[in-house]
Design a protein around this ligand. Structure first.
Ligand SMILES: [Zn+2]
Ligand SMILES: [Zn+2]
Ligand SMILES: [Zn+2]
Length: 260
């Protein structure tokens, strides 16, 4: 299984517009954080999780050749506003349509923002995005592996927490972004995974996201092989990783690739 971090930043991105802080002016490329998204290749199956406002730039940067399946974790702007750029990946598919898995909340947002992507083929010219909206079940079994999902509290909405288990290798990857807590069922699902990519917005508490200390407490409980903290804002510089994470985890960064 291969995991490509397309973006590791929070909704503002880093640098943030009109900010004079040191991290927003850092010369370390790992402090340039586009909005949070990952691309997973599981036994050749290409799964795209979320499409940020920078999705087109991210896809070009990583030369993503195709997408077989798209998962929207939730309908917030920083995760949904790049979905129009999925049009190229729709075009590359034999039926011109991309399966889009989401929650009821995510589906409502897709219907509001992209109604033109939900009309049947033939009702508008090719070249537009076309989505086949589906609810993500708790367990989606595919020939390439299993995708399990759980709901994570995130203010007024719930985010899909995702655990991928690759067929054959048995490798497991959990992606828990945008969450204030990780409830017991979600902890059981992700316990001792090979790789955990976890929300950890900033050092101080936040009403709808895990702080870095809160994220580390989750890491201690879940005991994953490796952990990266994502959805970071401009409060932390990548070079201060040890200071904040004490070798218990690492900061994710745009373009990070992990092969399990
Ligand atoms: Zn700043
Ligand atoms: Zn969110
Ligand atoms: Zn977000």
């Amino acid at each position: 299984m291969e995991i490509i971090v397309l973006g590791s930043g929070t909704s503002h991105g880093v640098p943030m517009i009109a900010c004079e802080c040191a991290v927003c002016h850092s010369l370390d490329p790992r402090d340039q954080r586009t909005r949070a998204s990952v691309h997973v290749v599981m036994n050749g199956l290409r799964i795209q999780i979320d499409a940020t406002p920078e999705f087109r730039v991210q896809a070009l940067r990583e030369s993503i050749p195709a997408i077989d399946l798209f998962i929207l974790t939730h309908g917030h702007a920083d995760h949904i506003l790049g979905m129009d750029d999925l049009r190229r990946y729709c075009e590359l598919r034999p039926d011109g349509t991309l399966p889009v898995y989401c929650t009821e909340e995510g589906e409502g947002r897709v219907r509001d923002i992209y109604p033109y992507a939900l009309v049947p083929r033939g009702e508008q010219p090719d070249g537009y995005a076309r989505f086949d909206l589906r609810r993500l079940p708790a367990r989606l079994e595919l020939p390439q592996g299993v995708i399990e999902s759980t709901l994570l509290p995130h203010g007024r909405v719930e985010t899909l927490g995702l655990v991928f288990t690759e067929a054959g290798t048995g490798r497991r990857f959990a992606y828990y972004t945008d969450c204030k807590t990780v409830p017991p069922a979600a902890r059981d699902l992700a316990r001792k995974v090979d790789l955990l990519l976890l929300d950890g917005l900033r050092p101080s508490p936040h009403p709808t996201h895990l702080s870095i200390p809160e994220a580390l407490a989750v890491v201690t409980d879940l005991a994953p092989q490796r952990t990266f903290i994502t959805h970071l804002n401009h409060a932390v510089a990548h070079c201060d990783e040890q200071l904040y994470l004490n070798n218990e985890a690492h900061f994710a960064y745009d373009g990070l690739k992990i092969v399990l």
